[in-house]
Ligand binder design. Structure first.
Ligand SMILES: [Mg+2]
Length: 217
């Protein structure tokens, strides 16, 4: 049943490393507001800054009379810093089953909605430079629109790897949608944090851990 793939592309959070604790990211949003001079933002605005669309970012920036680009830059760097602390403290860690990937003969890459610099910090800290390529989101407002489910960074990875025949591995519905949009097969990895997580569309494969990957390729 195995299909031959030229490359396997991995989401990061919830696939290679544990997701970042939500409370850590919420704290980082308060830091970001503080950095642009907003004291005591509403819970609503903090939630929005965590996952905004470009429009909702402009709305909350306008409500506080701050430049949306400045707010977004502050947000991205606060998130990068907070996550680096989590990585260095061992709270954002690699899943043990990543060892199953070291024998893969296909090309490999990481495509994440996390910041490019955060993915770089993970690659550095955990010696993941054996991945052929890695992409995170650029820390600009434009990066918001390029996030999955938009296949922008997946398309970029495929063209860089020189293949149209790759498997994507993710733990979220946006991963399934982005892979479909990029014309890729997708393996949904159901780790414990995804117990009971419903999928509107069926992935090509559903797996429990990375040790299932060598058999798929
Ligand atoms: Mg993920």
């Amino acid at each position: 049943m195995a299909t031959e793939y030229d490359a396997v592309v991995f989401d990061n959070d919830g696939v290679l490393t544990t997701p970042t604790d939500r409370a850590v990211l919420v704290d980082a949003m308060y830091d970001a507001f503080g950095d642009v001079g907003v004291i005591a933002p509403s819970d609503d605005h903090v939630r929005t800054l965590l996952r905004p669309s470009v429009d909702s970012l402009y709305d909350i920036a306008g409500a506080h009379d701050v430049d949306p680009h400045e707010l977004w830059t502050a947000r991205e760097y606060a998130a990068i810093e907070a996550q680096l602390e989590e990585i260095e403290a061992g709270r954002k860690r690699l899943y043990d089953d990543i060892d199953a990937l070291t024998g893969l003969e296909t090309a490999t890459a990481i495509v994440s909605n996390n910041q490019h610099e955060t993915i770089g910090n993970i690659v550095d800290h955990y010696d993941l430079d054996w991945f052929d390529d890695w992409y995170g989101r650029e820390p600009t407002v434009q990066g918001i629109d390029r996030k999955k489910p938009t296949p922008y960074y997946l398309d970029l990875a495929l063209s860089e790897l020189g293949t149209e025949n790759a498997l994507y591995v993710g733990d979220s519905w946006v991963d399934i949608q982005a892979a479909e949009a990029a014309g890729m097969d997708v393996a949904f990895i159901r780790r414990p944090h995804r117990e009971g997580y419903d999928l509107e569309r069926a992935p090509t494969y559903e797996i429990e851990g990375l040790d299932a990957i060598p058999d798929l390729v």
